[in-house]
Design a protein around this ligand. Structure first.
Ligand code: XMP
Length: 514
């Protein structure tokens, strides 16, 4: 089925994905493309509307990102320009844009000048908005009129006949409380969308697509990790082709306490997947013997995973396809206006698997954001225990044991971590944090137990709040909670006499300790 489509052109704003999520939340499908997508390609996609994002550049910069010449004549769909998008439209159509004396960043009050504009339909005459810009529009292009101001500045303008609407503020961020309504007005009032994007509709379409793509006798393999993405992907493929999908769930010996056993049971008993559990813990421990460097750990685990997975897949026989839980943020061609980014940690631990095994990919989630995957997972009957699970890194506890890894250290960390997670659930705060876990430090310190002096290990507790893992703040967990976790760990986990709480944010720290 062909959905209504909103196209978002990305000019490098940190908020571009947020715009897309806000559009999807309204039941309208949208795609993000780099700003240089040609007008011809855009027109082929017959979008109901086009959004030009913000971005860090100034239109007057020599190498500023711009749309192609003639763009506004070729694109007939309505356009919404946000921040940089507005400034570029102003200049492109004959107006003026100038650097402000100082950067405007933060909360502002916008005065709406005309209640009759479709964009601000049914909104109050004063809006709390979020600004983040250096330049501003000083002269409107012909055919445009001001629709909102902040002080003496133009905050919104439009050319109603041509269907071009511009806002200087960011309607997509939560600091613009009524921003959602502004976007809603653009989608439904201006672009006349109906909102035909639903989880149930998506599942149905996708299942049909998988059936049509995979040949009637083809065998498919899928690696399960216990996380949301691979579970949802596998469940969709199972609905489409049943037992011809062979799932492999590898225990690398670095999972949380009982995670392998419990999740395998859910895969079999609740989701009825055709799954094989492979306990390869010892092989992984062997590959990790004496390895203390974080990147070396990641490499060793990634390589071992490919070996184990391939050996298991070979037993299935003639496999043609590999299911992967790739999400939309991994697919978007990112616009980097600040040069190539440097690798801080290699997060894609099993890259190269499809090439190595010569498999074609099935990626049922490649159009979705994480929050949409959860909604779809719920529709598919996947238990909350999996859907609400915190993100967990591929190398698992290996990057939470500082220094070399031994099965004894893994067991100790599993015990401490389990207490932390259990208490998060019983205090009802598990869902308030993005990720929480225990870390085993390679230091010993002096303590006292009964009449004895002890010299034992330290466990650090890490809990952060975040929306995407890119930045994070340490979670302000209640003191009573921390006291309970600390006292349980020191009394129940032999070998630990000290518990500390990590109060670092990202940046400058990262979420994981390695
Ligand atoms: P950092 O530690 O870089 O982590 O702030 C950001 C997010 O990525 C996860 N992470 C990983 N995930 N393989 C993964 O699959 C990895 O090697 C890896 N390292 C970090 C981390 O848990 C957090 O969610």
């Amino acid at each position: 089925m062909h959905h209504e489509l909103i196209l978002i052109l990305d000019f490098g704003s940190q908020y571009t994905q947020l715009i897309a999520r806000r559009v999807r939340e309204q039941g309208v499908y949208c795609e993000i493309h780099p700003f240089h997508l040609s007008a011809e390609k855009i027109t082929e996609k017959t979008p109901k509307g086009v959004i030009l994002s913000g971005g860090p550049a100034s239109v007057s910069d020599e190498d500023a990102p711009r749309v192609e010449t003639g763009f506004y004549e070729k694109i007939r769909a309505p356009i919404l320009g946000i921040c940089y998008g507005m400034q570029m439209i102003a200049v492109d159509l004959g107006g003026r844009n100038e650097p402000a004396a100082r950067r405007e960043y933060g909360h502002a009050k916008a005065k709406i000048l005309s209640g009759s504009t479709k964009l601000f339909n049914e909104l109050p005459f004063e809006l709390d908005v979020w600004m983040s810009h250096g330049d501003h529009v000083t002269e409107l292009p012909a055919g445009f009129h001001k629709t909102a101001t902040t002080g003496e500045h133009v905050t919104a303008m439009e050319n109603h006949e041509r269907g071009i609407y511009c806002v200087q503020f960011h309607p997509e961020v939560s600091h613009t409380p009524l921003g959602k309504e502004v976007l809603r007005n653009f989608l439904f009032n201006v672009c006349e969308c109906k909102g035909d994007w639903t989880a149930a509709g998506f599942i149905k379409d996708e299942i049909e697509k998988i059936r049509a793509t995979v040949g009637p006798d083809d065998q498919v393999v899928c690696g399960l990790s216990g996380g949301v993405d691979s579970t949802v992907a596998a469940t969709m493929v199972h609905e489409a082709i049943g037992e011809r999908q062979h799932c492999i769930f590898v225990n690398n010996g670095l999972l949380r306490y009982r995670e392998f056993e419990d999740t395998l049971q859910v895969y079999k008993d609740n989701l009825h997947l055709n799954v094989t559990g492979v306990d390869a813990s010892q092989e992984f421990y062997k590959a990790l013997e004496g390895v203390a460097d974080p990147e070396q750990k990641r490499k060793a685990i990634g390589a071992k995973f490919i070996d184990v997975f391939q050996a298991e897949a070979d037993r299935i026989g003639d496999v043609k396809w590999l299911v992967q839980g790739t999400l939309y943020p991994d697919v978007i061609e990112s616009v980097s206006l600040r040069g190539a980014s440097v690798t801080i940690k290699t997060h894609h631990n099993v890259g190269g698997l499809p090439e190595k095994m010569n498999l074609k990919l099935i990626e049922p989630l490649r159009e979705l954001f994480k929050d949409e995957v959860r909604v779809i997972g719920r529709d598919l009957g996947i238990p909350e225990m999996i859907l609400e699970r915190h993100p967990f890194p591929g190398p698992g506890l290996a990057v939470r044991i500082l220094g070399d890894i031994t099965p004894e250290k893994v067991e100790l960390l599993q015990k401490a971590d389990r207490i932390f997670i259990e208490e998060l659930h019983s205090f009802g705060v598990y869902k308030d944090v993005w990720q929480a876990f225990a870390v085993l430090l390679p230091i010993q310190s002096v303590g006292v137990m009964g009449d004895y002096r002890t010299y034992e290990k330290t466990v650090a507790l890490r809990a952060v709040t975040s929306t995407d893992g890119m930045t994070a703040d340490w979670a302000r967990l209640p003191n009573d909670f921390l006291a309970k976790v600390s006292s349980r760990i020191t009394s129940e986990v032999r070998g630990v006499n000290r518990v500390v709480y990590d109060i670092s944010s990202k940046p400058p720290s990262t979420i994981e300790w390695e």
